[in-house]
Design a protein around this ligand. Sequence first.
Ligand SMILES: [Mg+2]
Length: 355
Amino acid sequence: MKITKIEAVYPTYQETLRAWRPNLWQIILKIHTDKKDIFGYGTGGGGQASIEIINGHFRDFILNKEINNISDIGLLFDKLFFESIPYGRGGIALMALSAIDLAIWDAFSKYNNVPIKNLLSESNFHNKNINTYATGNNVKQYYSLGLKNFKLSVRSEGNFEKESKEIINLIGSIKKNYNVEKIMLDCYMSWSREYTKFMSKNLSDLEIEWIEDISTPDEMLVNESLLSELGEIKLAGGEHDFNFNNFKIMHQKNIYDIWQPDITWCGGISSILKIIEINSNKFKIILHRGGEPWGLPIIEAGIVNNMAELHDPKSIHLDFEQWHNETIETIENGILKTKEYLGFGVNPKKGLFNE
Ligand SMILES: [Mg+2]
């Protein structure tokens, strides 16, 4: 397979994008190949800044490139990672690299008529029933879709004493009103280490599945592990770690029980494969936004934990503003079944590229 052309766009989103996202959210990348009707589509964060990196630098290494097997995709990832070291090693450079890596996997799967899950593992390892959880605080809506596992945002404003009571009351009322299986908490890097220890005692009877992103990635990586001080409570993190080498530190220092790399930010499948190798089955890997089309083949392949995150789901079809999502067969009682598809099973909506 030869890559003959690259196009990248930053779509106009109608949905409300908060905090850093409005100008830096997901781009859409299209690569053309030497087969007329075979295109690869990828996505990654970083908005126009990401497109600048692709058009201003990465493009030179990709155009006319021959990709004959999946190790060629991995070698191209290594090349782009190396070439972007002066301005990269993380952040938007890796978001841009994610879009490229995913577009190439998408094209390669279609070009060779082999589903990505089959490129990643033998079919006897494949998951047919995928477990899900919903992220967000609109539990009533998620429960009406049949979902049973919920991750609540509990970002702190700094008043730990007041907030700790509110969190315990919130979990109590959700458990009372709904037939819940698992509850997780996401702190968005706002809890202190002392508060986390305090909360681990207070939450111990409530059977919380994990607490996510208690502090910044840097605080977590440079300090000693907290895991042995939290009793049964498990820590999750990694969605803001884009450099696979950070996962080596996590591994050595036992930083988290559960790793949560984001495939559209940390460098695509090629980076996830490195992270899986670094992990060597020591910790769970639960992909950030894993229920999106770019995570599903990895979960289906059985090479990460069988748990798909659905971010604020509004219907069981998991619609996207910019994509036709052809991956979902059904979601019933929280179990997701996929269709058979090539690539990531998505096509950008009409009008994004000059077709
Ligand atoms: Mg999170």
